[in-house]
Design a protein around this ligand. Structure first.
Ligand code: SF4
Ligand code: SF4
Length: 675
């Protein structure tokens, strides 16, 4: 049975254990695939999805930034006879809920992430209040003492046999491992508690400020029972749940259902705007007719008000970002904070808890690939928050990891992360007679120059064959700083970027050409940190396409069937998707076979974000999945255009025993000059 790993065990040991027992995550992977397939199937029924995402993003932006909306919501909720308490810190919220429970000793509760954040069941249990989770998945993990694996499918990583074992142990009798009977057993178990409990606790997916209403989504009907049957209903919600009105909430409801489960709507949508009431006799108001007499809303701030980059609060907790996250696929629910999962969870933990908890939640595992952003209804920039959280951890001396520290020291001393003397950097260019100044500067990058010298050489030779001469800084070229920024070393990044920019400016370059996607994206962003840095930056594949279009470049031919792996930094994040394909298509004899996950949705190779350095086994385990996908196309070679992908995919071939060849795009282009 998949069990929660001990929190403080070193990550690389935990990763090796996960890799050694891949079947442990099969249940989760199968469940995620079902959701992805359903998303795909229902996509045509959401023709205006992009419009909805845009609207949702705007609604969430206002909700988390505009304090007036929260004030309006509180005022309207109170006018609707909902008692609003808070906003509170974690301890205050726990105490307030305990006080609201009063003398009751049994509480039924429906799914709510914020109550997990508050560790509410544990806290109330310590005070003699029995809390029964009523959602089937939550009840299973409650009984087994496990961590949830998905915000809306907490037990997706467990098999029917795991569940049967848990229920048999709890009930003290053998329970049949048949999903129907198991569901029946859980239903009967929670039913009795729902009948008995005097207090029901639920979360709220959204709070509509204009109407003063809480919106609760669920499939099992249990949240409605928790909200309706007991005499008192306590809603626990974080302050970031507020949206302008019910119209905005309904758009989010639709997206929440689609992104969490692939469905277009959940089975139940409860809108609660006050206690149960009637005024049918002489218009005299009577509360507690068929539902609770009292509804209390406990607002939780728990350090949200001190979060500077508010975008992280726009999350609607659908869990879609986990479905294709390469790290989650490799290590499962260990990746993420105690209450919130994946990269977003690890980063959020740094904001609301502390940096040590974030590091033990896997803050260093994220490859910064951006697939989560692609999968997210509100396009949350998770990689940027991971980098911000890493900066916080670096500020507390917790990061970088020991392996990454050597890299940082090397950049400081040698201007490259590979602990190579500075003069080694220009060796690949020996004999090419490249000038140090010129309009077009070739930025070789540390990894191509020192680990794959055939890459920069191929760029220069292909460009030269088209009549384009480039300048090169030689051994003076300074690291662009890309990896420093990814691992949270912001100060060293800025110093390095300044040095690098000074040399680029002195070269007189108006345009930079590079074949490294990390350098490409980082140099393109220099203008954000360095005043007046206005040099145009191009990836070598873009330059080649221009030369092909101008008729200055022609390939003879290479007979091969290949597939193309989009490096995350170049494709999804850098927007250079079609150009490498155009280069491949212009090589006579070459057949391109696309992998299913390609272009903006390309799967990560596993090496980015400092992961190759800090967690090499994780990097190759993720890479092996990409290799398997490439082999599935029947191609004989995988072509890519990034030195990190090249290294990691070659390592992954070795570790997985694959014989597919890994080629660099421009090196292939160079080969095809001569046919
Ligand atoms: S950036 Fe990639 S590795 Fe990091 S959390 Fe997002 S999907 Fe996962
Ligand atoms: S970050 Fe986006 S995809 Fe992930 S849970 Fe939040 S809203 Fe959903």
């Amino acid at each position: 049975m998949a069990d929660a790993a001990p929190d403080r065990e070193p990550w690389n040991k935990r990763i090796r254990e996960k890799i050694a027992h891949p079947a442990q995550l099969d249940g989760m992977r199968a469940a995620f695939k079902t959701t992805l397939d359903r998303q795909e199937e229902n996509l045509p029924r959401l023709p205006n999805l992009e419009e909805r995402r845009k609207r949702a993003k705007e609604a969430r932006e206002v909700g988390v930034r505009d304090g007036r909306l929260l004030s309006q919501a509180i005022e309207r909720l109170r006018a609707n006879k909902i008692r609003v308490l808070g906003p509170f810190s974690k301890n205050e919220a726990q105490e307030a809920i305990l006080s609201e429970i009063g003398l009751e000793r049994l509480v039924v509760k429906s799914k709510s992430n914020v109550t997990k954040e508050l560790e509410l069941a544990k806290f109330l249990g310590g005070k003699g209040v029995r809390v029964i989770e009523t959602d089937a998945g939550d009840r299973i993990i409650q009984l087994a003492g496990l961590k949830q694996a998905h915000p809306t499918g907490p037990a997706v990583d467990l098999t029917r046999y795991d569940v049967a074992k848990i229920m048999s142990k709890y009930l003290g009798r053998e329970v049949d491992p048949d999903p129907d009977s198991l569901t029946q057993v859980i239903r009967e178990d929670v039913r009795q508690f729902i009948e008995e409990a005097g207090v029901g606790i639920t979360g709220a997916n959204f709070i509509a400020a204009e109407e003063g209403a809480a919106i609760i989504l669920h499939n099992e009907g249990n949240a409605a029972e928790c909200a309706r049957r007991p005499i008192k209903h306590i809603i626990v919600a974080s302050t970031d749940k507020v949206v302008a009105d019910l119209e905005e909430a309904m758009n989010l409801v639709k997206l929440q259902a689609y992104y969490a489960t692939g469905k277009l709507v959940t089975q139940y949508i409860n809108i609660i705007s006050g206690p149960s009431m009637t005024a049918d006799i002489e218009k005299k108001t009577f509360y507690g007719m068929h539902g609770p007499k009292e509804v209390v809303l406990v607002l939780v701030d728990n350090n949200r008000s001190r979060v500077l980059d508010r975008t992280i609060l726009e999350c609607i907790n659908c869990g879609s970002c986990l479905l294709r996250c390469p790290v989650y696929d490799a290590v499962g629910k260990d990746f993420g904070g105690p209450a919130y999962l994946g990269g977003r969870g690890a980063a959020f933990t740094a904001y609301i808890d502390d940096a040590p908890t974030a590091v033990s939640s896997g803050l260093t595992l994220c490859t910064n690939c951006g697939l989560c952003t692609e999968m997210c209804p509100v396009r949350l920039d998770v990689p940027s928050h991971v980098r911000q959280a890493r900066r916080l951890a670096a500020g507390s001396g917790l990061l970088p990891t020991p392996e990454q520290k050597a890299l940082v020291k090397s950049v400081r001393n040698y201007h490259n992360p590979w602990m190579q003397p500075r003069q080694a950097k220009g060796r690949w260019a020996e004999g090419l007679r490249l000038p140090a100044k010129g309009d077009v500067l070739f930025f070789a990058g540390c990894s191509p120059a020192l680990l794959h010298p055939e890459m920069p050489r191929a760029v220069v030779e292909v460009l030269r064959s088209a009549g384009l001469e480039v300048a090169y800084l030689g051994k003076e070229e300074v690291c662009c700083g890309s990896t420093l920024q990814k691992i949270g070393e912001e100060e060293q990044f800025l110093r390095t970027a300044e040095e690098s920019a000074k040399l680029i400016r002195a070269s007189g370059a108006k345009r930079i050409v590079t074949s490294c996607p990390g350098c490409y994206r980082t140099l393109k962003e220099y203008h954000r940190y360095l005043d007046g840095f206005e040099v145009e930056v191009e990836h070598a594949s873009q330059t080649l396409v221009r030369l092909l279009d101008e008729g200055r470049l022609r390939f003879k031919g290479v007979k091969a069937e290949v597939t193309y792996h989009d490096p995350c930094e170049l494709g999804r994040l850098g927007g250079v998707i079609e150009e490498p394909r155009k280069v491949l298509e212009s090589i006579p004899g070459l057949v391109l076979r696309e992998m299913q996950e390609s272009k903006a949705r390309s799967q990560c190779c596993g090496s980015g974000g400092g992961v190759k350095t800090a967690h090499p086994d994780l990097a190759t385990s993720i890479g092996a999945r990409r290799i398997a996908a490439a082999q599935g196309t029947g191609a004989k070679a995988l072509v890519t255009s990034c030195p990190w992908c090249l290294t990691n995919l070659r390592d992954s071939c070795k570790s997985s025993g694959s014989d597919i060849e890994i080629w660099d795009l421009i090196v292939l282009a160079k080969r095809s000059l001569s046919g």
